[in-house]
Design a protein around this ligand. Structure first.
Ligand SMILES: *Cc1c(COP(=O)(O)O)cnc(C)c1O
Length: 421
């Protein structure tokens, strides 16, 4: 009987060597996907550039890959910026997002010279203006626009609807643009353009095209009424992936190509100079590149037929099922050749009823000591990992050309409590 292999590697050996739970990530797959995105965007013309949303997966190795492949980087916190600086990521290729940056975070961004801030409120724009002034600096800013469209995804992953906590509505943006240049107001800021991101895990670009309709209209109005030229338009990320058979994402070249076509034809029609374009994928680049290995602990078969296969991880290494009902596929690594024989739920080990990694999946009969691989965990698993129930954060093993290497060490109990006084 053969074992399940991940990008040429027998993961049973990895579980023995590094323990479980264990994140296994394919560097080859990440690079392949980065190049696929660049092929249909960056290489289309020199105005297009891709920024990786670091919140989806951020490690030193990931930053090394991004620097080698020449991508930009989105950060949303001082912590993400810190690691990027540690690794000497070129600051001019960093965009600092976030709807509630602290003064300390803004100071860090200004002091290292991030390429741009993406701002979400007037309050923050004024604060950045003042802090840039204190430093004799000029900050490049994009304003996030709330286009007032609803993405067809989980409500926790829809971000562009009217009244969202993200962004400013078009009428407020007109006010900002009209008040510029009238006095010293916002004189330490260069308003480069606009950003929108309508949601995550989007199956097609229909919501993005709808949002583009609103934003391109705004861009034209700003040019016509105030002579304002939009130099950068950041169209966000959110490109969906296939977690289970239910997901059927649009081909990435069509998804992205459709957006670029719309911008270019609009600009041509109205005599606007076409802004530089940015996209910010996270999930699409790393999701399929990762799996998580778990050891099976207790298997509980209840009267009435419910079967719970308990594993040695769950909510702490993957809160997504509890957070928004995220679904995954899994395989029994050491029984991958056997046909499924029962419907089970894979239960995490935390003291929360919601800590079920997968509900109702068909698997061969599982027993203590078997190994389970949950698939498609490369995005938002390691980055959302937490210490609930005081479980240490699992290690990350990277696989390249069929050779595994330790990329992030497993957290120790001592490290988990090291801040305690
Ligand atoms: C989360 C986020 C992204 C990336 O989303 P994915 O679904 O991982 O592609 C991009 N831009 C912004 C502003 C985000 O908040």
């Amino acid at each position: 009987m053969s074992n399940f292999k991940f990008h040429g590697v027998d993961v049973t050996g990895l579980a023995h060597e590094y323990g479980t739970p264990l994140y296994v990530v394919s560097e080859d797959e990440i690079v392949r996907r980065i190049r696929a995105i660049k092929g249909c965007f960056d290489e289309r013309n020199e105005r297009c550039s891709t920024f990786f949303a670091s919140k989806s997966f951020l490690t030193k190795d990931m930053l090394r890959i991004l620097m080698r492949e020449g991508l930009g980087l989105d950060v949303v916190s001082g912590g993400e910026l810190f690691l990027a600086q540690e690794m000497r990521f070129p600051p001019e290729k960093i965009a600092f997002h976030g709807n509630s940056k602290t003064e300390r975070e803004i100071a860090a961004g200004l002091d290292c010279g991030v390429g741009k801030f993406v701002c979400d409120s007037m309050d923050e724009i004024e604060l950045i203006d003042r802090m840039a002034g204190e430093r004799g600096a000029n900050a490049r800013v994009l304003i996030r626009v709330t286009p007032g469209v609803e993405a067809h995804t989980h409500k926790y992953m829809s971000t562009g609807e009217t009244g969202s906590k993200f962004g400013l509505p078009p009428e407020m943006i007109k006010e900002v643009v009209s008040s510029r240049g009238t006095s010293a107001y916002l004189s330490n800021i260069s308003l480069m353009g606009f950003h929108f991101h309508v949601g995550s895990q989007l199956m097609d670009n229909s919501t993005n095209l709808e949002a583009l309709g609103v934003i391109l209209g705004l861009i034209k109005e700003l040019r016509d009424d105030y002579g304002f030229e939009t130099r950068i338009l950041d169209m966000g990320g959110g490109f969906g992936v296939r977690y289970t058979k239910k997901d059927n994402p649009q081909n990435i070249a069509d998804f992205i190509g459709g957006m670029v076509d719309k911008v270019e034809s609009f600009c041509r029609s109205y005599g606007l100079s076409c802004p530089s374009l940015v996209i910010e994928p996270g999930r699409w680049i790393v999701s399929d590149a990762g799996i998580t290995l778990y050891s099976v602990g207790s298997v509980k078969r209840l009267p009435g037929g419910a079967v719970y296969v308990g594993v040695d991880g769950g909510y702490p290494d993957n809160p997504r099922p509890a957070l928004y009902g995220a679904e995954y596929e899994a395989v029994l690594v050491n029984k991958v050749d056997l046909p499924p024989s029962e419907t089970v739920s894979i239960a995490g080990k935390c003291c929360e009823s919601g800590d079920i990694l997968i509900r109702d999946i068909e698997l061969p009969e599982a027993q203590r000591g078997d190994l389970i691989a949950v698939l498609g965990t490369g995005a938002y698993n390691h980055s959302m990992a937490n210490n609930y129930n005081k479980n240490p954060i699992p290690a990350v093993v990277m696989v390249k050309d069929g050779t595994p290497r330790l990329s992030v060490r497993r957290q120790t109990y001592e490290e988990m409590f090291s801040g305690n006084i």
